[in-house]
Design a protein around this ligand. Structure first.
Ligand SMILES: [Zn+2]
Length: 413
């Protein structure tokens, strides 16, 4: 019983056709093209005997028609919304993996001890309503109905208004918010969106943890002055100080003992930004990520100290504000072990690795056991039309998932 790369290819190419325009995939949450993708998945699942439920918050859940929705399921999920000019695989690979598992189970007559569920999370990318992981956050009760009503798209249409254009009577009853009593084990397959697997020539990554984030906004304030008339020793140059700080962020992140830490200065605004004026005010961001909460706190402190020391040395004022913080999420060791066992039994090579990007699995991990596997991204490209993954690698990922589900789906767990 092995996954079919050919069926996976057909599914992914069909779903890629549900796009408002080219180039790339354009499929924002709750648009006609979004529902066309969900409907395609629903048709595949219906043919296998699954019923579809749309939750109050626009997530889509599938279980067999004769399954008990109150019994804890073993679930697979991901998302079908895309960033503008996005790729064909982000999110879609995970949903197609879940459909392929349903087919394989149907073909073979294998029965899991628990009901099998497929979940399509709404608005994972946050590309329409501005908040990432909105559907999975709502499903675990971290975003309320009221808050979804306040989230608006660029045209002023709210999340709930957009949802109601299609779903008039979303189920207010069972399953709009869930916990471990509804889903016992959650698995997600996702494209890696980076270069690690390709470089290692390994088809599957088993994710240990999803990184936590610390983001700061730094303002250096100096004094604007004539670029010709001001001697070097008498300057209070905010941009020159920023240049030192950017180097320090790189050095501190690279020297972190975890080997996972990444540090980025991705935003910079410089004033007055004129060739003949010494810069007076520079604002920049610092983004730090690691799977180790202590390392994240420690490097965060050292970055702040360094930013202040540079300010003293260069006689500029420094203001540092923490603008975003999220804790790392360590995934379930029980499910990780099941994935490792499954890959080992089937002779499929894998790497254990962290996830540098956010995924729905991190929200589900708040309420129940969750695990993730990665499949390679060709040239590491993602969130762009060039996004690509070999269909054979997705099929191997499905084989690993299915083996793990068969183990963990046993009621004895
Ligand atoms: Zn994704």
């Amino acid at each position: 019983m092995r996954a079919s790369a050919e069926r996976i290819r057909q599914d992914i190419e069909t779903i890629a056709g549900f796009s408002s325009s080219g180039p790339g995939t354009n499929r924002l949450s709750f648009t006609p093209e979004y529902w066309a993708a969900v409907d395609y998945v629903a048709a595949q699942m219906a043919a296998l005997g699954y019923e579809r439920k749309t939750t109050l918050h626009g997530n889509t859940r599938f279980r067999k028609r004769d399954a008990d929705w109150r019994e804890p399921a073993v679930a697979v999920g991901s998302h079908l919304d895309a960033v503008p000019r996005g790729g064909r695989f982000d999110g879609v690979a995970g949903i197609v993996a879940g459909v392929e598992i349903a087919r394989l189970v149907d073909d073979s007559g294998v029965r899991f001890g628990r009901p099998y569920e497929l979940i399509v999370f709404a608005e994972e990318e946050g590309a329409r309503f501005g908040s990432v992981l909105a559907g999975s956050k709502a499903l675990v009760g971290r975003l309320t109905h009221r808050e979804l009503g306040l989230m608006k798209d660029a045209n002023g249409t709210s999340y709930l208004e957009a949802l109601e254009e299609r779903v008039e009577h979303a189920s207010t009853a069972l399953g709009s918010v869930f916990g471990a009593e509804d889903v016992a084990s959650y698995f997600e397959l996702h494209i890696e969106q980076s270069l690690v697997l390709e470089a290692a020539r390994v088809p599957v990554g088993i994710v240990q943890a999803i990184v936590g984030i610390r983001q700061y906004r730094v303002t250096y304030s100096g004094v604007a002055n004539h670029a010709g008339a001001t001697p070097m020793r008498q300057r209070r140059d905010s941009l020159a100080a920023t240049a030192r700080a950017i180097s320090a962020v790189e050095e501190l992140a690279a020297a972190s003992p975890t080997g996972v830490m990444v540090g980025t200065v991705g935003m910079l605004v410089n004033e007055p930004n004129a060739a003949n004026v010494i810069p007076a005010r520079t604002v920049f961001s610092v983004d730090l990520r690691d799977t180790d909460v202590a390392a994240l706190a420690e490097i965060g402190e050292r970055v702040q100290e360094t930013i202040k020391r540079i300010a003293d040395e260069r006689q500029v004022d420094a203001q540092v504000t923490l603008t975003a913080e999220s804790a790392p999420v360590v995934l379930s060791s029980r499910l990780r072990d099941a994935l490792i066992g499954s890959a080992g039994r089937q002779g499929i090579a894998f790497l254990e690795m962290p996830s540098g990007a956010a995924h729905d699995a991190q929200e589900i991990a708040r309420v129940t056991d969750a695990a993730m596997i990665f499949v390679p991204s060709i040239a590491g490209r993602s969130h762009c039309p060039e996004e690509d993954t070999p269909y054979e690698a997705i099929a191997l990922g499905v084989d690993v998932l299915l083996g793990a589900i068969r183990e963990t789906g046993k009621r004895a767990d």
